[in-house]
Write a protein that binds this ligand. Structure first.
Ligand code: PEP
Ligand code: MG
Length: 328
């Protein structure tokens, strides 16, 4: 298998009916970056910047952040990297960033986390914006904001970046060649107002880990619930299909960056509901590229529409049989 995967490094993931599927990796540490060349992935579709914060004993200052982001971009050697601003708070709480006055949160996943925290701890986002902008001097910066629930949160975060950009311009620093702003869709409420936000986005990334948690009201870290709801469920797939159709209609590139995209049947299902870009765990790249080259998109889309119109008792069993019949 190892040799087969290595052989797939330079293989281009194109479906039988000729559609190029983007296969990116998720990363979060400097040490993850060699995976980009090893797997031959298209880029980094999700760089989780909070990892640097989580492994540090103190808040990483601007210089340390800038150094990391620059190293990440350098090791990407021209392939695109999408940085996600810090998703801390909640269960990823930091001892040096406590909000003791508020006490412990009963539902940290739905709590004061990610952009909610970053917009209030304004200096945190400012420092990160400045670091990302400086590290991207002369290059394209792609940045996305996690846990957006309402469009104004995107606007507010973007304004912080634009403010820092203006500041750097005044200082006469080399600016990024371009800055592209994206949003993560992981809170179901955003889906209901997505038409309002899409015209302002350069790209959208669907975080199916949190999205599933919130759609099913099922804590993603509770082992008792880990097996209860299947990613191959009509609810999730209909939801993603609707988002995908909206994104395509607005010409906004859309990526699924949750763990489900790295699994065979789940990736197949995502292709079937209109997703053409994945960002996955590096170990999944070779098997998913291999899968893509054996898939006929028209066929899986038609099958998926049928299943989602009249869901079988177990979509997983149905899809397993379907895939086996076609040697997938
Ligand atoms: C997600 O929620 O699907 C996601 C990609 O982000 P994280 O797993 O870091 O919350
Ligand atoms: Mg998430």
């Amino acid at each position: 298998k190892q040799a087969k995967y290595a052989a797939l490094r330079d293989v281009v993931p194109i479906t039988l009916d000729g559609e190029r599927i983007a296969v990116n990796i998720n990363a979060g540490l400097r040490e993850d970056m060699p995976n980009l060349q090893l797997t031959g992935a298209d880029g980094v579709g999700l760089y989780r910047t909070e990892f640097q914060f989580l492994v540090s004993a103190t808040l990483p200052n601007r210089e340390r952040q800038t150094r990391l982001y620059r190293e990440v971009l350098e090791s990407a050697a021209g392939k695109p990297v999408v940085f996600r601003t810090v998703d801390i708070g909640g269960d990823k709480s930091l001892p040096y960033l406590r909000h003791d006055e508020d006490g412990e949160e009963e539902n940290p996943a739905m709590g004061w986390r990610a952009l909610r925290l970053a917009l209030e701890r304004d200096s945190l986002l400012k420092v990160q914006a400045r670091a990302l902008l400086e590290a991207s001097a002369g290059r394209v910066l792609q940045v996305m904001f996690p846990m957006i629930s309402e469009p104004w949160e995107f606007d507010a975060a973007r304004a912080v970046f634009e403010g820092q950009l203006a500041h750097l311009r005044k200082l006469g620093k080399t600016l990024p060649e371009a800055v592209k702003y994206g949003a993560m869709l992981e809170v179901p409420a955003l889906a209901e107002v997505l038409d309002l936000l899409l015209p302002r986005l350069s790209f959208l990334s669907i975080g199916t880990n949190d999205l599933t948690q919130f759609l099913f009201a099922a804590d993603r870290s509770n082992p008792k619930l880990a097996e209860r709801y299947d990613w191959l469920s009509p609810a999730i797939l209909r939801f993603v299909r609707r988002i995908a159709a909206q994104g395509h209609a607005h010409n906004v590139p859309m990526t699924v960056c949750g763990e489900m995209g790295g699994r065979q049947l789940e990736a197949l299902a995502l292709l079937g509901v209109g997703i053409r870009r994945l960002s996955i765990t590096p170990a999944g790249v070779a098997p998913i590229k291999d899968l893509v080259r054996r898939v006929n998109l028209a066929e899986i889309s038609a099958a998926m529409d049928g299943w989602l119109a009249h869901p079988p008792v177990s979509l997983r069993e149905e899809m397993t049989a379907w895939a086996a019949q076609r040697g997938l």
